[in-house]
Design a binder for this molecule. Structure first.
Ligand code: ARG
Length: 287
């Protein structure tokens, strides 16, 4: 219960922060005002001038660096040639285009992707990142662009239920909210560190479930469905119900107001003109 309240508060805070930085009218009018020159001068501006006129600077002139962990389908994953694809990657590319920048995807561990943006090594972090109070203390977030739901994967016929999870071993991806909340103390709604193993990726956590090293995996809903599908031969299933609901947003370095306005403005334009939904539909119906 507490957890859900905290998350709702975190989401409200991120919304109010965003409201300070732009407001509804500003979100669509500001970028539009500064965009035509930037958009039409994209190729010539790529030597560095492109970002100056827009009031923000980026890590590398003419580029928008996105740190991510491409282990989270359908938000980010690698295609057969090792190129990053997914909802976050395409949305970031569309944002970069609006800002007259070229997207560069920096793929790394999930914790590292969050650190990179905090330290100013990347301009944005996009990795299905849940807005939490702790993270709001370390980085800023745009408006939310998706709702994530933490669910529980078990083997078919397993005795694990939502209510007795704490009696079993739970696998999660290290550094994720699944790990953070599940390993918290029982007083805070968790199961304690002894009941949780953090794995490098969600896929490895699911392998541990298949091999019997853990009894359940707590992970975000859409990746969970992908993993269950990908492991059809191993008879995995999702427990009925949701463990916790969350908001995903794009993370930026704390205090980078001008880039925040630009990115948030572009994100809201993509939502308003249907581009965002088209990208989501492409990945969610394609599976
Ligand atoms: N939504 C969860 C969190 O923010 C999991 C995100 C994991 N993302 C990833 N690309 N591996 O903690």
């Amino acid at each position: 219960m507490k957890k859900i309240l905290a998350l709702a508060m975190a989401a409200a805070m991120s919304l109010s922060l965003a409201a300070c930085g732009g407001g509804n009218g500003a979100a669509s009018s500001k970028p539009a005002a500064s965009n035509p020159p930037a958009a039409s001068s994209t190729p010539s501006g790529s030597t560095g001038g492109g970002t100056q006129g827009s009031g923000f600077t980026t890590v590398e002139p003419g580029k928008l660096h996105m740190s991510t962990n491409a282990e989270f389908p359908p938000y980010e994953m690698l295609d057969d040639s090792g190129n990053p694809i997914g909802i976050d990657v395409e949305v970031a590319a569309a944002i970069a285009e609006k800002l007259g920048l070229e997207l560069v995807v920096d793929n790394m561990g999930f914790d590292a992707a969050l650190l990179a943006v905090q330290n100013g090594q990347s301009d944005i972090a996009m990795a299905g990142i849940t807005v939490t109070e702790d993270r709001l203390a370390k980085m800023d977030f745009t408006d939310s662009y998706a709702t994530g739901v933490q669910v529980v994967i078990v083997k078919e016929g397993s005795d694990v239920t939502m209510d007795n999870l704490g009696d079993y071993m739970i696998g999660t991806q290290l550094g994720t909210t699944g790990y953070i909340y599940a390993s918290d103390t029982p007083e805070n709604g968790g199961y304690g560190e002894d009941h949780v193993i953090g794995f490098e990726t969600g896929a490895v956590a699911v392998q541990a479930l298949v091999s019997g090293q853990v009894d359940a995996v707590i992970i975000d809903n859409l990746p969970a469905q992908e993993y269950v599908k990908a492991n059809a031969a191993n008879n995995l299933t999702l427990l009925e119900g949701t463990w916790v609901e969350e908001d995903y947003a794009i993370a930026l370095q704390k205090g980078n107001v001008s880039l925040m306005e630009a990115v948030n403005g572009a994100l809201n334009e993509l939502k308003a003109d249907g581009t965002f939904q088209n990208i989501v539909d492409k990945y969610i119906t394609a599976g």
